[in-house]
Design a protein. Structure first.
Length: 406
């Protein structure tokens, strides 16, 4: 049996950074990774360019995690996006922000990030044990880990096995089973940061068209449960874009979503319609709609969906036609038939119940020496680097907490 002071189960961003910092504190550490290389999740981040974090003040940063930002307060204040950028700069790989706030390595290569982390693990004598599948974990005085490569023992362990999305990287939900056997409750996990599918999807021919900063409302049994603004994108099959992805944590099959494409009220649209008709009654309806800076293909599609002929002058539209246009543009509700699955979702909503984790240490409140970090917990961030930052910050907080107990 191999014995360590600290064993990290899962070599994603949370686990790797936790191990590196533990090693820097002189803690004898091992990473158990079931894939043939650690860092698989990092390699796919930002489509291989590694969107590792996001710019912004910590206070605003914490608003990007739905209702759970408060839990991350200690972790991200103690290891902020600025700290992460300094870490990489000090180790020879500069991070640079884009105009939209997303932060990438200057090389735009995820592989460069992973190679640097391998180098740092070697520097701090971290044992990286790959193709090592953990089969079970038990706890008495210490933790005993039964694996495909034999038995391991440690006083402290970190479960950083990720959620259920991107299973090809190793995140298949196995960590939840370990947590449950150790007494923890699991908030049912589901994919998030995912596109959504709607009934009788009307935008197939509009694939590639996007809208900036439009109003998005979500309804459950006719009750509004979320309202926000964001960018959306039409694809051939579904609704996507940051505004959809970020709000998918609140959605489920059967919910309805309304989109305000012109960011004005239905009543204001009606007033604008009447005023325009009085002055430009001979103009075509599509000419009036173009005053809202709507894409031409979208206008054509909307007229088709509302059964209004493109050849009609605006003065020819009756009240029902006008109201149909207004509803389509400002508050038409689409029924959600499903969300993207684990192969499409970029993060997991749900996980280890946060009430059972100390947010100031990342240690279990139920089992001494058991720590959690990253997506295995019931935390999910918006798209744009927030999830990797949360993983890194919580992993480092766990390592620092263990160092204080030495």
């Amino acid at each position: 049996m191999k014995t360590y002071e600290y064993i990290v189960v899962g070599g994603g961003p949370a686990g790797i950074f936790s191990a590196i910092y533990a090693g820097s504190f002189g803690i004898k550490t091992a990473i158990l990774e079931k894939k043939n290389r650690m860092g698989k999740k990092i390699l796919v981040a930002g489509s291989g360019q590694c969107n590792i974090t996001h710019t912004g003040e910590v206070k605003k940063f914490l608003t990007k995690y739905g209702d759970h930002g408060k839990f991350l307060r200690t972790a991200i204040y103690k290891y902020s996006p600025q700290d992460l950028q300094s870490f990489f700069k000090d180790n020879g790989l500069e991070l640079v922000p884009r105009e939209d706030g997303k932060v990438f390595p200057i090389t735009k290569r995820s592989v460069d990030v992973v190679e640097l982390l391998y180098t740092l693990c070697k520097k701090y004598n971290i044992d990286i044990i790959e193709e090592c599948k953990v089969l079970s974990i038990t706890h008495k005085d210490d933790f005993s880990l039964n694996t495909s490569l034999g038995e391991f023992s440690s006083k402290n362990i970190l479960l950083s096995t990720g959620g259920i999305t991107f299973p090809q990287t190793g995140s298949n939900g196995q960590g939840y089973r370990f947590a449950k056997t150790l007494g923890h409750k699991i908030v049912e996990p589901k994919p998030c940061l995912t596109p959504i599918y709607i009934r009788d999807y009307p935008f197939t021919e509009l694939a590639g068209i996007s809208f900036k900063d439009i109003s998005i409302n979500i309804f459950d049994a006719n009750k509004k449960i979320s309202t926000s603004n964001g960018d959306i994108l039409f694809t051939h099959k579904n609704l996507s874009g940051p505004g959809i992805l970020d709000n998918s944590r609140y959605m489920k099959k059967g919910n309805k979503i309304s989109l305000n494409f012109i960011n004005t009220t239905l009543e204001q649209f009606k007033e604008n319609f009447i005023e325009y008709t009085h002055i430009h009654g001979k103009n075509l309806t599509k000419t009036f709609l173009s005053t809202y800076k709507l894409p031409e293909r979208f206008i054509k599609n909307m007229l088709f969906e509302t059964k209004i002929c493109e050849c009609l002058k605006i003065s020819s539209l009756n009240k029902k036609m006008r109201d149909n246009l207004g509803n389509f543009l400002t508050n038409y509700q689409y029924e959600i038939t499903k969300l993207g699955g684990i192969d499409i979702g970029m993060a997991t909503n749900g996980g280890i119940n946060l009430k059972e984790i100390n947010p100031k240490t990342m240690e279990s409140k139920l089992v001494k020496g058991l720590y959690f970090a990253g997506e295995i917990m019931d935390i999910d961030g918006d798209t744009g680097g927030y999830n990797i930052q949360a993983a890194i910050s919580t992993g480092i907080l766990a390592a620092r907490s263990i160092a204080k107990t030495k």
